[in-house]
Design a binder for this molecule. Structure first.
Ligand code: AMP
Length: 333
């Protein structure tokens, strides 16, 4: 039986953080057992933020090492670097012709980014969802495991796929669906600065590569307040974020203990943060140790990248050939 295809990627603009790990990579690990998976490093996407060439190259190597350290297996999954597959940007050009200014301007991620980097509102930011659609459609993905933050971009990919199929009276693209295991909600890992989302560009991230000392420092700095004064009161966002993170990394009994303390107005945020930091470290430290080892092995990294590029190009070329035929790029020679 043919396995369903899965595509997902992460931008190499910094280290992988807990949002990437719990929102994306954990799903990758489970999916690689049963699906035909393509996991990529989205270096073309990251150009929207104008990284220096050296930072970009270091970021690509880092994320590749981090994927491997997390347990993504290059024998089971295709791990590749986006810019190694030029068919993706060729499909992006074609899809751009049917992506409309109004719909692109209305996406939340565009509005957010335009607000955050008003000095650099480039066309790549505007057409980000089209490139993402191309990443997904080029491998004819059926499923995309993404975090909640990417829900709207995935909806755009579905829209562009359907539009292309309709326009060219074809079924070249399967319409990709968001994926979580057991019907769980898409996960959103919050920031520790009281904001809704942990993210690379939000400057609030706890990275898999952070040292124990970094993690303790970051968690101890998390925004809190003076504590509840009424029993069973609703939690303000910053406090809820701490509990949400705890739910992700800590044992149920530990969470229960701090929930009860909160509800009885006896919570000591210092103790809660200490516990949270240790529980985060339990997850990240073994991964960090593996990242350090893998980063040392350039030969292995090169081999994985080459193997991934070959496998990804084979699949991408096949789709692009069909697409070109459909739009009418037919050879005169
Ligand atoms: P990015 O770091 O924006 O390139 O995102 C790469 C992947 O990580 C995407 O699938 C995102 O949905 C996921 N991701 C990033 N930040 C979070 C977060 N705070 N919570 C859940 N998933 C996230």
């Amino acid at each position: 039986m043919n396995k369903a295809t899965v595509v997902s990627g992460i931008r190499p603009t910094g280290y992988l953080h807990l949002g990437n790990y719990f929102g994306a990579v954990q799903n990758f690990l489970r999916m690689q057992e049963d699906f035909n998976c393509y996991f990529f490093i989205a270096d073309v996407h990251s150009l929207t933020t104008h990284p220096t060439p050296d930072n970009l190259q270091a970021g690509v190597k880092q994320v590749l090492a981090e994927y491997l350290a997390c347990g993504i297996d290059p024998e089971k999954s295709t791990i590749f670097i986006q810019s190694d597959v030029p068919e993706i940007t060729e499909l992006y050009t074609i899809l751009n012709m049917n992506a409309y200014l109004g719909e692109l301007e209305r996406t939340t991620s565009f509005k957010d980014k335009a607000r955050k980097q008003p000095e650099n509102v480039n066309a790549g930011l505007l057409t980000y969802p089209v490139l993402m659609a191309s990443d997904i459609l080029i491998h004819k993905a059926h499923f995309v495991p993404v975090g909640k933050d990417q829900e709207q971009n995935l909806e755009m990919a579905r829209k562009f796929g359907k539009r292309f199929n309709r326009m060219y009276k074809s079924e070249v693209f399967p319409i990709p669906k968001p994926f979580t295991f057991d019907g769980a909600d898409l996960i959103k890992v919050p920031g520790l600065d009281g904001s809704g989302k942990m993210g690379k560009s939000e400057g609030n991230a706890i990275n898999l590569f952070d040292t124990e000392k970094d993690i303790r420092k970051k968690v101890m700095r998390a925004v809190t307040d003076s504590g509840p004064t009424e029993p069973n009161s609703e939690k303000p966002e910053a406090i809820q974020n701490l509990f949400t993170l705890m739910k992700i990394v800590s044992e149920p009994a530990v969470i229960e203990q701090f929930e009860t303390a909160y509800n009885q107005c006896e919570i000591r945020y210092g103790d809660m943060k200490k516990q949270l930091a240790e529980d985060i470290i339990k997850v990240t430290l073994p991964i960090r140790e593996r990242i350090v080892d893998i980063l040392d092995d350039n030969e292995h990294l090169a081999k994985v990248a080459r193997m991934g590029a070959e496998k990804a190009r084979e699949s991408a070329l096949k789709t692009l050939k069909e697409v070109k035929e459909l739009v009418g790029f037919r050879k005169l020679y």
